[in-house]
Design a protein around this ligand. Structure first.
Ligand code: FAQ
Length: 320
């Protein structure tokens, strides 16, 4: 742990050594301003992604094809709300308020994952999201369980357990469709066609164009680079698509004997940046829904605050 009384440059050195030794940083510890700022940026954007990420699948709750599928989907979407809450709480340990994080999302200052700006056109999209989007999320988030910041790392352990169930239910749904009627198999293929490239882009820009990676890796917030995690996901997903007997929509996809990895065709980074900047097919709709939900929930927040004040006053009266 860093000694509060040390000279400023000594504190920075002690901090780097503490983190390099694989120790955890806790909220009460001294930390460089940039470290806290990076964490608030990443954790709050991660939380926003979970909350906005409820919308694409939420769209299918009323139209799930059976009671069993509906119960599973409801539970999954509720889990995502829970993940958002753990993550907002982890960010709050860094002295940023939930109101501030919410305001940054509404103003467009804070981002959320590009993937949630695509539409869910058919029931197969629910399977593709579970299989590919949760699959990508796990590959990215397992290393975050070892993040140097304690509250984020601990939140990630539970999140990953739940994401793992989400991924399996998506794969099982895709399996049911791909082994079903020709129409169902075509639906599974169409969903893969539309979700593949956005899932590959989820890992963020290529390493040479990722301004935050080097510092975040030095601070052991990120453990692997965007491209390394992307490759890991691609290698996994190719095998899974083979098991489903559906085709990844990339004519240039090829196994590289030398590296032992699957090489893909060009990733459309122009599309990625356009979506990140708010020009995705559903960007406006997602933000409009989020704003409405926030405004509709104002009375709940007001009631909870009034109730807490009443409880406090009652406790003070009893104590007096
Ligand atoms: N979308 O320098 P880097 C989920 C931004 S949760 C939008 O590489 P960094 C669960 C980035 O913020 C999915 N923006 O940045 C689920 C930065 O902009 P800034 C979310 C992106 O932080 C499943 C700029 O580009 N997961 O799916 C994206 O080192 C199903 C430069 O990028 C997390 O948030 C993108 N895809 O690396 C829920 C995991 N990529 O902030 C519902 C935690 C990059 O300067 C249903 N986050 N940008 O304005 C991370 O691991 C990292 O933040 C990265 C980006 C890897 C996302």
């Amino acid at each position: 742990m860093v000694h509060e009384a040390s000279a400023p440059d000594e504190r920075a050195e002690q901090f780097d050594a503490w983190v390099a030794d694989e120790n955890k940083v806790e909220p009460q510890d001294w930390m460089p301003e940039g470290y806290a700022k990076t964490l608030v940026r990443q954790i709050s954007q991660h939380a926003h992604s979970e909350i906005i990420g409820m919308q694409p699948e939420g769209n299918w709750i009323t139209r799930a094809p059976s009671l069993r599928r509906k119960a599973i989907l409801l539970a999954k979407v509720q889990d995502e709300a829970g993940h958002g809450l753990y993550l907002y709480s982890a960010a709050e340990t860094l002295n940023v308020s939930r109101d501030q994080m919410e305001a940054d999302l509404m103003s467009g200052k804070a981002k959320y994952s590009s993937i949630f700006n695509y539409p869910t056109l058919t029931w197969a999209d629910v399977g593709a999201i579970g299989w590919l989007v949760d699959g990508a999320a796990i590959v990215n988030q397992i290393p975050l369980c070892r993040c140097s910041y304690g509250p984020y790392a601990r939140a990630m352990i539970r999140v990953c357990k739940e994401e793992s169930f989400h991924q399996r239910q998506g794969f099982e749904l895709m399996m049911a469709l791909s082994q079903g009627t020709p129409e169902q198999k075509a639906m599974a293929q169409d969903a893969l066609n539309r979700w593949w490239w956005p899932a590959v882009q989820m890992f963020g820009p290529p390493d040479h164009d990722s301004p935050h990676s080097a510092q975040s890796m030095a601070w052991k917030i990120k453990r692997f680079s965007n491209d390394d995690l992307r490759q890991k996901f691609i290698d996994m997903a190719v095998k899974q698509a083979q098991a489903l007997h559906i085709e990844i929509p990339d004519p240039d996809l090829k196994f590289n004997e030398e590296t032992g990895h699957w090489d893909t065709g060009e990733i459309n980074w122009d599309e990625f940046w356009a979506v990140v900047k708010g020009h995705g097919p559903c960007s406006r709709e997602r933000m409009a829904n989020r704003r409405k939900a926030h405004n509709d929930g104002a009375w709940v927040r007001e009631a909870a605050t009034a109730f807490a004040a009443k409880e406090r006053a009652r406790a003070e009266k009893v104590a007096a």
